[in-house]
Design a protein around this ligand. Structure first.
Ligand SMILES: [Mg+2]
Length: 231
């Protein structure tokens, strides 16, 4: 057994397959609102541009430049602007519908359940996420992930967001864990890896697309299954 008794996971893009789930929700909304006939935007364009815009906005959110309402009010207008479509053609409630629909999607990364089930036998598993309470709990329930975790900390509950040290401090206190026995597993070099490293705990960079980088990480994996060998 490894020295890491407490494993802290990120949720979006690490366990819950954000891109696949977002694409599924957007495909349904695209069809429901007849977006292609109204604006000429294909489902593929909508999905791809959404994911690009969303990454930019979430990076800004993680750096405390914008808040949750900014993400929601800017997302679809930015997509339409980039695709040179009229903002007047944005379906009235699409943002609200998206926020309700996407978290009900249940796709997780390959082997998420098997790996978490296995790791839970010898470790305490926790979650630290920059998402929001209501949304993250819906995602966890939809994808049957809730029961693996002891402590679930959102940026909303903690009052701080990754990479801020305070959210890690908050989570470790709740878990009753010492830094030396903790490991943070996540896909964001800034929020998860940089945050954990600055706070003083070891990290696993989940890098499924093998994106090049020059950061110092304790471990790097491209599939969740590798955690079983590591731990
Ligand atoms: Mg993430």
């Amino acid at each position: 057994m490894s020295k890491y008794r407490h494993l802290f996971f990120d949720l979006d893009h690490t366990l819950w397959d954000y891109d696949t789930n977002a694409a599924e929700a957007l495909t349904e909304l695209h069809q429901k609102h007849g977006i292609e006939s109204r604006s000429g935007i294909t489902a593929e364009q909508l999905i791809q541009t959404f994911l690009e815009v969303n990454d930019i906005l979430w990076d800004d959110f993680n750096l405390s430049r914008i808040n949750r309402d900014d993400i929601r009010s800017r997302r679809f207008p930015m997509i339409y602007e980039i695709l040179s479509a009229s903002l007047n053609d944005i379906p009235l409630n699409i943002e609200v519908e998206y926020v309700e629909l996407a978290p009900t999607k249940r796709t997780t990364f390959p082997f998420a359940h098997e790996v978490l089930g296995h790791l839970a036998e010898q470790h305490q598993l926790h979650l630290i996420t920059n998402g929001f309470d209501d949304i993250q709990s819906t995602k966890l329930e939809s994808s049957d992930l809730t029961n693996y975790f002891d402590v679930i900390v959102t940026s909303e509950t903690a009052g701080f967001r990754k990479p801020e040290a305070e959210i890690f401090e908050f989570a470790l206190n709740k878990a009753g864990a010492d830094k030396a026995e903790c490991l943070m597993i996540g896909d964001s070099l800034v929020a998860d890896i940089g945050g954990a490293r600055n706070f003083g705990i070891d990290q696993v960079f989940f890098n499924p697309n093998e994106k090049p980088h020059s950061q110092e990480v304790t471990y790097e994996i491209k599939g969740l299954k590798e955690l079983v060998e590591l731990l």
